[in-house]
Structures are given as structure tokens and as C-alpha cells.
Write a protein that binds this ligand. Sequence first.
Ligand code: C2E
Ligand code: MG
Ligand code: MG
Ligand code: MG
Length: 287
Amino acid sequence: DVKQGGKGSYRVFVPQMKHKHQRRASLEGLLREAMPHKRDMFVFYQPIVDLTTRRVVAREALIRWHHPERGWISPGDFIPVAEEAGLIQELDAFVFATACREAANWQDGAIVATNVSAACLGLVRLPDLVQAELARTGLPPARLNIEVTETALLRHEADSVRDLQTLHEIGVGICLDDFGTGFSSLSHLRSFPFDKIKIDGSFVQDGDERDDCAAIVRTLAQLGRTLGVETVAEGVETQAQYERVKADGCTLGQGYFFGRPAPSSADMVRVGEIMEAMQKQAASKKS
Ligand code: C2E
Ligand code: MG
Ligand code: MG
Ligand code: MG
């Protein structure tokens, strides 16, 4: 689709580009509608297990959004929109408050891990927010982990060092998420008070076919041992991957092999109803 631009020039109109832009704009609109009540937003939890005992030691809180007409919308799609639209702070605060409240009631005493977006590191006083929620819910600091990515750290270096240091000092665990995918710099490991390194699932999965990926997992596990921090293998989907990451020296694992993200018991009924309605809809479309 080529249109005449100015004198002798052509503007190339790329339909896909427009669609992407529109999709994003409409997603922002939908998100703004959903935010005030958050009726369609849920916090799911995915187990993180000790690779030796297979016991659940932690659960990661992951946001889920079900739009009445659009169905489930992936966080990979709407988190970046929320970040750009300035909505991420409210979203993360919701997940954080929900996660602390629910985890305070877990009988097994597992840790709850929540993701903190770059925008939240820079803008809110994260330690204040965390301490307020811990006080409100009675969750002990040792049962809370905060997951940050390297990209988030790079954006707000000075503030985030100070904030993470404060959290670390009150006993909250700090996890470096998706390690190896961002602008990795080993100097981060020295300047930030980390308790866990989460090795990105792509290295775990590509390790099936590629020796270099398996070598990266082994090297990071070794690095973790040297620094005295836990290493979590993310994205473990098969028995073979489980056995390999364990043999490679990772201490913890997360992935579909151990358990998928699932709703809390409080949301189970509503999520079940949503799933049922979707199945009925799919079935009626077929006939
Ligand atoms: P993440 O923090 O690295 O979370 C792990 C992602 O891997 C989750 O995707 C999880 O569902 C997925 N996953 C777990 N096990 C497996 C596996 O075995 N195979 C595969 N292929 N994937 C697996 P999800 O829930 O779609 O979230 C994607 C990303 O969105 C998260 O990556 C995180 O960066 C962000 N995110 C999710 N919830 C929140 C939130 O509440 N706040 C913020 N700021 N970001 C969030
Ligand atoms: Mg995470
Ligand atoms: Mg991750
Ligand atoms: Mg990720």
C-alpha cells in the first residue's frame, strides 16, 4: 500500500504498523476501564521448589487480566502498556497488597515473590510501601521476595541501590529476575544486595539442544555458590530439564514441570466460572 507523499516522494503505509498502534491504544483504553475496580484482575501464584527435596519454598505472584469480551490478556502485552500509560504503579501496588495479604495466611510458610517494574523503583518510595503492607498484613519480611530485572535497575541506578539496600536490611529477599537477558553486567551483582539469581527460562530450555546454554546455566549456578546466593532455574518444563538444572547446580526451580500459575482459593470459584463460560462460548461457536 504505497501512497503519494509530497513532490516525487512516497510514503509507505504499513498496515501492520497501524494495527499495532491501534491495538496498543485500545489496550490502554481497556486497561483504564478495568483499573478502578479491578474486578477482572487476579493474582495467580506459581510454585518455586527446592530442587533437592521438591518442596515448595516460595510462590511467585503473577498478575492475570480477564477482559469480559477479549478474554485473557497476557501480562507480556499489557504490562508494557501500563508502564507507558503510568498505570503500573497502581497495578503493582494492587498485586503487592493482594500477595502480602494472601501469603500471610499460607499454612506452609512459603515465601511470596512479587515483581516490581522499573517505573516503581524510580518513583514510589518502595521501602515505605513495603513496610506499610508488611505491617498491615503481618507478613514477616523474611517471607517476602522482591523481583527486579537488570533493565529496571539500569534505569534508576542510584535510587534503586538505596531502596533495595533498605529492603534487604529489614530482611526482605531481593531477586534478580530474568538474569542473562538484559544488559547483564556482573557489576550489578556486586553493587546490589541480591539474595537470589533467577536464570531466564530461555537458557534452561535451549540447553536441550545447545551446549553453550547449558554451560551458561552451570556457570551462573557456580557464580551463585561463590556469592552465597540461591539460583532459581526458570521455565523448567520437562523431567529432563529438571534433572539437568539440578545436576548443573541450581538450588531452586520454577516452571510448568513443577506447577503452573494458579488462582488463590479465594478466586478459584470466579476463575472457574470464567473458564466454564469460555468453554461454552467456544463450543457454541463450533456448532
Ligand atoms: P517473570 O517475572 O519472569 O515471570 C515468569 C513468567 O514465566 C510468567 O509469565 C510465567 O507464567 C512464565 N512461566 C513459568 N513457568 C514457565 C514454563 O515452564 N514455561 C514457560 N514458557 N513460561 C513459564 P507471565 O505470567 O505471562 O508474566 C510475564 C512477565 O510479566 C513476568 O515475567 C513479569 O516480568 C511480568 N509480570 C507478571 N506479573 C507482573 C506484576 O504483577 N507486576 C509486574 N511489574 N510485572 C509482572
Ligand atoms: Mg518474576
Ligand atoms: Mg523471570
Ligand atoms: Mg520474564
